[in-house]
Design a protein around this ligand. Structure first.
Ligand code: ARG
Length: 461
């Protein structure tokens, strides 16, 4: 049933109806549509635009519809044009003429805009709490591994010694920024468009601030054209979600590398890995790979939203119906990824000996060897050159800086003495990097406390 059929002589063709309909994806906003309508009718009653008894009847009718949808006695009609039409139609079927008064001083254009904001505000909170859940697991693992030495990498080549806890906390920092982006995006979402009408507000004496207070919005939109046609909040949310996926995909990539035989820094729990149908030896990190792959979907959703919105003349145009599938898919995907990723990380086994072994190869203490010479008075550039020659010598003799005899050191630079072996000890090299932001174990433990406080999570009992 179309609510706008007054001027039309013919029914909509089936293909047009199917093409035009958004019920298959906007029915998930039934609760927000009803919430919005309850507030709108209460405001109409308060302002004397409809009678108080009509407002009460509409409010009760809408509550009954909500209860019936939730207890399964009312099924949302898949043939309806959209969720707004369906609910208003159902209300009218139940209340007759009174139901028909609900849409006074309102358009589906401001209605849909308010519904999406109400829905997405809740989703921002849900995504934030999943992000905090992941940060919590990162903190626990980082605390346990505050002293676990591993090689830090640049160009995927072993570079300098760090602690595994410090490496993990890099992701906690990304998540803290994600949380602040979500928070910020919610602030701009928290502005009620209802009352903008189709595009030009209304001549009825509505009280928008009252409706906003009922719906718990911080403010109302201040331009009706913008109110109905703004979808920045979808784009911003999709951007924040895309950046979360960038972070998850980088973390996934490292998990994939770390559990390969080439690294063997971690082992994933059986419950979070899969086998191969043909190769019996395989244990595949499918969750991490899927998360990495699903980042593409979310970036696609962001691109969809940007492309749909670009070049649309003011105010509402039907193009904008395309916003919902994109933003809903982005939200669903990110929630699913976080839900799968967090327990996978929580149950992984860390293999510190393998990390330590990898740290002992690859000359990752070469910088510290040069620094040792600098502390003995050599200019850094000379120290750098001498250490480079030492590395070449080690390669030639198939030795490491730890196993190279002191006489070889002395041949290259006679300042060296026994103290060099202490200076290039891997634990020392990792632990003594202690300025704020460094891999030192006390730093790691302090940063864990900071992240926990910012995410409002407790340390495990
Ligand atoms: N289903 C529509 C949407 O999602 C609702 C708004 C319809 N407004 C209109 N003028 N046709 O955007």
């Amino acid at each position: 049933m179309q609510l706008w059929k007054g001027r039309f002589q013919k029914a909509l063709s089936k293909t047009t109806n199917d093409f035009n309909s958004s019920i298959s994806f906007d029915s998930r906003m039934y609760k927000e549509d009803i919430e919005g309508s309850i507030a709108h009718s209460a405001m109409l009653g308060k302002c004397g635009i409809i009678s108080q008894s009509e407002a009460d009847a509409i409010g009760q009718g809408l509550k009954d519809i909500l209860a019936d949808i939730e207890n399964g006695t009312l099924t949302i009609d898949p043939e309806a044009e959209d969720i707004h039409t369906f609910i208003e139609g159902e209300l009218t079927a139940r209340l007759g003429d009174t139901g028909k008064r609900l849409h006074t001083a309102r358009s589906r254009n401001d209605q849909v805009a308010v519904d999406i904001k109400l829905y997405l505000k809740k989703q921002v909170d849900e995504v934030s709490s999943l992000v905090k859940g992941l940060a919590e697991v990162i903190c626990n693992k980082a605390y346990e591994n505050a002293e676990t030495v591993m090689p830090g990498y640049t160009h995927l080549q072993r570079a300098q010694p760090i602690t595994f806890g410090h490496h993990l906390l890099a992701y906690a920092e990304m998540l803290l920024r994600d949380l602040s982006r979500l928070d910020d995006c919610k602030k701009r979402m928290d502005v009620m468009p209802l009352g903008s009408g189709a595009l030009a507000c209304t001549t009825y004496p509505i009280d928008r601030m009252y409706t906003a207070s009922l719906l718990d919005f911080a403010d109302v939109t201040h331009n009706s054209l913008d109110g109905v046609s703004d979808r920045d909040f979808c784009i911003e949310f999709a951007s924040a979600l895309s950046i979360i996926m960038v972070h998850l995909s980088r973390f996934s990539e490292e998990i994939i590398l770390w559990c390969s035989h080439e690294f063997k820094f971690i082992e994933l729990d059986d419950a979070f890995s899969t086998g191969s149908s043909i190769m019996p030896q395989k244990k595949n990190p499918d969750i991490a790979e899927l998360v990495r792959g699903k980042s593409g979907r979310v970036f696609g959703d962001l691109t969809t939203l940007l492309t749909v919105m670009k070049g649309i003349a003011l105010a509402y145009n039907k193009d904008m119906q395309e916003d919902k599938e994109a933003i809903f898919d982005a939200v669903d995907t990110v929630k699913m990824c976080l839900t799968a990723f967090t327990p996978m990380l929580d149950t992984m086994t860390v293999l510190p000996q393998n990390m330590r072994k990898a740290a002992a190869g690859g000359f990752i203490n070469a910088t510290d060897c040069a620094d040792y010479l600098v502390k003995k008075g050599l200019p850094f550039r000379d120290a750098y050159k001498a250490t480079g020659e030492l590395v070449a010598k080690c390669l030639e003799l198939d030795l490491t800086l730890e196993t190279l005899p002191l006489e070889e050191y002395k041949k290259i630079c006679d300042i060296f003495d026994e103290g060099v072996y202490t200076a290039i000890g891997l634990e020392k090299c990792a632990y003594e990097r202690s300025p704020i932001g460094g891999p030192n174990p006390d730093n790691v433990r302090r940063e864990v406390e900071r992240v926990r406080a910012m995410c409002n999570v407790q340390k495990p009992k």
